[in-house]
Design a protein around this ligand. Structure first.
Ligand SMILES: NC(=O)c1ccc[n+]([C@@H]2O[C@H](COP(=O)([O-])OP(=O)(O)OC[C@H]3O[C@@H](n4cnc5c(N)ncnc54)[C@H](OP(=O)(O)O)[C@@H]3O)[C@@H](O)[C@H]2O)c1
Length: 275
């Protein structure tokens, strides 16, 4: 699908770099010459060039000029300046895919001063190990084919869900920020194991594998998590004793509140940088 497309990645930092890696690993792109990456730091660009053999430049306009697809991966606070910079060389046939948190598709169209197709994405850090959870949303001017193109790019680094744009703040609160909640869970389970005498390194491996395996079980069986929970809680056993503890201390409410609070913060940041 992307074989002959020329792709510009503006702001090829952590996420932009991970997406470039995904494009090659998935063989969506086979010729490195079809990718051009930008950032300001020439040394970091040279590193990208050495790693992937892609073309690089510090000049965003040069990168956008020949591109069919432009991936916008600079920080949200830099969005307006970069969009203003590339507006004169952009055109309506180019597909813009943005991962910039909180920057709306209408803001991108406004700053580019044209109604080009835009797909907005909210990925998360597991994209670095090809296990990301990304939600994508199309602007009014993006076609089904544009959405499919964006879907393919993010599928190269994990799972993808298509949602209306007004839900992307909630996605930020759930899966965008979610890895942080799970890291805290893994850390806390590890501490629990250490408290009960397990060496820390072993406890951490057990905790991380437990989270990984439980997620895999939910995804591969398709069973509701409550059913899986009920299946392993023996009457009078250890798990139900722990369930009582978790319920009495409000585990579910705390996690629901975390998603709600992070969603609201995402809405506030969106107001600041790119609505
Ligand atoms: N990391 C995540 O998991 C994640 C998840 C969801 C969404 N996002 C979004 O992804 C975007 C990038 O995040 P990140 O974590 O990858 O940050 P990052 O590593 O800091 O990447 C941003 C890159 O933009 C470059 N840059 C800054 N100003 C530029 C300019 N004027 N022109 C071209 N490049 C410029 C920076 O490099 P130089 O300093 O060398 O210019 C930097 O490498 C953000 O908008 C963020 O909201 C990230």
């Amino acid at each position: 699908m992307l074989k002959d497309k020329r792709i510009a990645v503006l702001g090829a930092g952590h996420l932009g770099g991970a997406l470039i890696g995904g494009l090659f690993r998935s063989k969506l792109v086979t010729s490195p010459k079809n990718i051009i990456a930008t950032r300001r730091n020439a040394e970091a660009l040279e590193e990208l060039r050495r790693k992937w053999d892609v073309r690089t430049t510090t000049d965003n306009r040069r990168a956008v000029k020949g591109a069919d697809i432009v991936i916008l991966a600079v920080k949200p606070q830099t969005a307006a300046a970069v969009l203003d910079e590339i507006a004169p060389v952009s055109n309506k046939r180019q597909l813009f895919i943005s991962v910039m948190a909180g920057i709306t598709t209408s803001f991108i169209n406004e700053r580019l001063k044209r109604l080009c197709p835009v797909v907005r994405a909210m990925p998360n850090t597991p994209v670095f190990v090809d296990a990301g959870a990304t939600a994508i949303a199309a602007s009014a001017h993006a076609s089904e084919a544009d959405l499919k193109t964006a879907e393919a790019i993010f599928k190269a680094v994990g799972k993808v869900e298509i949602l209306p744009e007004n839900l992307l703040d909630a996605v930020t609160g759930l899966s965008g920020s979610g890895p942080v909640y799970i890291f805290m869970v893994i850390e806390a389970l590890t501490d629990g194991g250490v408290k009960m005498g397990i060496p820390r390194a072993v406890a951490m491996r057990l905790a991380a594998q437990t989270v990984y395996g439980s997620a895999k079980l939910v995804m591969e069986t398709g069973k509701h998590p409550a059913i899986l929970k009920d299946e392993v809680t023996t009457p009078g056993g250890t798990a139900i004793a722990a369930v009582h503890e978790l319920e009495s201390k409000g585990l579910r409410t705390v996690l629901i509140d975390a998603v709600v609070t992070a969603t609201k913060r995402s809405q506030e940041l969106s107001e600041l940088f790119g609505k």
